[in-house]
Ligand binder design. Structure first.
Ligand code: MGP
Ligand code: SAH
Length: 252
């Protein structure tokens, strides 16, 4: 029996016609695809999340060590490379991450800044962010708060306010020019004014299709107007969002 098998194998390893070669290529590719699909099924992510799951190592490089997310977390988390960039711009003060989600930004702030206050209105997000912060070993540098940023704002103190609010879900992409009024749970102008009462050093992470003239208008809410610097943020040559740095957070 064993001998027969060996013989068969030898036969099929002879020269291949072009057609056979094509077949061989297809077969060589298929195990990879099957493997990916199998992994996806093991983890189970919703169809909405699938696209983001394929980008999982861009979102968290340590994804395989036990990172956890819910659906909103998947499509909202700031990719790690961009979160690092945000943190590099914060210096060494106290950062308030007002819409912390599953912790993409808070973790990078904690790695680079003095300390972080991470707020989210959804208790599950705070649980997930704490889990994720532990994976990066930075949980001791973050004060997690479950609460509404707008209610907490009058009692908050910090050197930098970071705003990455909900953009209304992945459908933000279908809007030609995203207006600050579309941000949730309150419009961008109100949000900015609430943040400004804490500090003028504000960083906002916004959709790539945001109306840039409105972003500039935010700086005119102060007298004299705040300095503002706006940058596009890329991952693998794809623009993912736009960041506006105000006042001390701007390079000047
Ligand atoms: P995307 O545009 O939904 O994905 O989100 P992608 O892969 O760039 O889409 P495509 O058009 O190229 O196919 C891009 C990034 O925007 C996400 O990784 C998040 O960092 C950020 N993002 C997306 N949404 C819907 C939100 C949101 O509601 N809030 C925040 N803060 N960030 C978001
Ligand atoms: N930067 C985050 C993603 C933020 S997504 C990351 O990298 O993981 C926006 C978050 O804002 C959501 O998790 C949502 O629960 C939270 N949120 C919505 N309204 C809020 C409010 N009023 N106060 C605080 N958090 C709020």
């Amino acid at each position: 029996m064993e001998k027969k098998k060996k013989k068969k194998k030898k036969k099929s390893s002879g020269r291949l016609s072009t057609n056979h070669r094509l077949k061989k290529c297809k077969l060589a590719n298929s195990p990879v695809k099957i493997h990916k699909k199998r992994k996806l099924r093991e983890e189970w992510v919703s169809p909405l999340v699938e696209k983001y799951w394929f980008q999982r190592y861009d979102l968290f490089s340590r994804y395989d060590e036990g990172i956890e997310m819910d659906e909103e977390g998947w499509y909202s988390v700031t990719p790690e490379e961009i979160a690092i960039r945000h943190a590099q711009r914060c210096g060494n003060g106290i950062v308030i991450d007002c819409f912390a989600g599953v912790g993409g930004n808070a973790i990078q702030f904690a790695k680079m800044c003095y300390s972080v206050v991470a707020i989210d209105i959804d208790p599950r997000k705070v649980e997930l962010a704490l889990n994720n912060a532990k994976i990066y070993g930075v949980e001791d540098y973050i004060d997690f708060i479950v609460g509404d940023f707008f209610q907490l704002a009058p009692s908050l103190k910090g050197d930098i306010v970071f705003l990455a609010p909900p953009w209304g879900g992945p459908s933000y992409r279908s809007i030609e020019k995203f207006k600050l009024g579309f941000l949730k749970p309150k419009d961008g102008f109100t949000m900015f004014q609430v943040a400004q009462a804490i500090t003028p050093n504000i960083i906002m992470f916004l959709p790539r299709n945001v109306d840039l003239s409105q972003v500039e208008e935010l700086s005119w809410l102060s007298s004299p107007p705040l300095e503002v610097e706006i940058e596009e943020n890329y991952v693998r040559n794809n623009v993912k969002g736009v960041t506006a740095y105000f006042s001390g957070a701007a390079c000047g």
